[in-house]
Design a protein around this ligand. Structure first.
Ligand code: 2NE
Length: 272
């Protein structure tokens, strides 16, 4: 069983093409339409952590094994009182942590969708930065049918993506939509024939990897900030601090402290 970051991977596949700068995280439970358990989510979290920390990786693809489903949400067979239950018998909704991890990852995350992206699986594709769908893609929220809902990004971010009326339609009626419908609503970036899904996704990823990583991480942070309140501003502010640390002015402050002298910021311009 392969391992990543000390976590054995039993329900997820992880691959890196470091020369291309691309990592791929694949939910590997096709017999359950790639529904996730707490373990699946933990394993995905470790893969994303590895990809985020690998300086050779510029873009991360999230997908599901096979052609029938990207992800069908939480595995209802392990849903207990208060959450989804794994080997430790503790109910969890740890997919919410994964949503945040994808959201805050400074590298673009691309959902590559074949088949069903429904329930919590639909929310996962929505929190990815881009979605490329095969023409057999099916999108929707099933929560109200199975006694569940996502009142976080699943609702608020959806409304930002497709508008309030459409978001209410999608949640209240719990219908399923074709890839073309999803494209029309602004939920996906491109629809391609199933046979071309991986090739097209790689074209998009390679194009992004060629662009400035700093520009992209700042743009992702800025686009998030408008929606994410203080946490979004904190992330954007952190990016500014990281850049400031790379300047002479920022270094003068650190150096003066280490040299036990007063800082001299006079040579730095007060720009308009
Ligand atoms: C995805 C869908 C529409 C596919 O339908 P179909 O006809 O292509 O396949 P089928 O036969 O329903 O599924 C194949 C096997 O996968 C299992 C099924 O039970 C079936 O198993 P067997 O009968 O062969 O043993 N399977 C599929 N999805 C599963 C799931 N989510 N949990 C456990 N087993 C699953 C159709 O399968 C479907 O509607 N699936 C359920 C979608 C759903 O309601 N997901 C949960 C939403 S709630 C959620 O994800 C959530 C949240 O709202 C908030 C926080 C966290 C999670």
């Amino acid at each position: 069983v392969p391992e990543v970051q000390g976590q054995r991977l039993e329900e997820v596949l992880y691959a890196k093409a470091t020369t291309d700068g691309i990592a791929k995280v694949t939910i590997n439970r096709p017999h359950k339409r790639n529904a996730f358990t707490p373990l699946t989510v933990t394993e995905m979290g470790c893969c994303f952590n590895d990809a985020q920390n690998d300086p050779n990786i510029g873009v991360i693809i999230l997908t599901g094994q096979g052609t029938e489903a990207f992800c069908s949400g939480g595995d209802q067979s392990v849903r207990g009182h208060g959450g989804y239950v794994g080997a430790d018998s503790i109910p969890r909704l740890n997919v919410l942590d994964l949503q945040l991890q994808i959201r805050r990852c400074p590298k673009p995350v691309v959902a590559m969708v074949a088949g069903y992206a429904v329930g919590g699986g639909h929310v996962l594709h929505m929190v990815c930065d881009l979605t490329i769908s095969a023409d057999n893609g099916v999108f929707g929220q099933t929560g109200p049918k199975v006694g569940s809902f996502d009142a976080g990004y699943g609702s608020a971010h959806m409304a930002r993506l497709i508008g309030q009326k459409r978001a209410r339609e999608m949640w209240f009626l719990a219908r399923l939509y074709s890839a073309q419908d999803a494209y029309g609503m602004g939920l996906v970036n491109k629809v391609v024939p199933l046979a071309e899904l991986e090739t097209e996704t790689l074209i998009w990823c390679r194009e992004m990897v060629r662009n400035s990583p700093t520009a992209i991480r700042l743009l992702k942070s800025a686009l998030n900030a408008a929606e994410d309140g203080q946490a979004g501003l904190m992330a954007l502010g952190g990016e500014a601090t990281g850049l400031f640390y790379q300047t002479e002015e920022g270094n003068e402050g650190r150096r003066s402290f280490m040299e036990k002298r007063a800082p001299d910021f006079r040579r730095f311009p007060r720009l308009p």
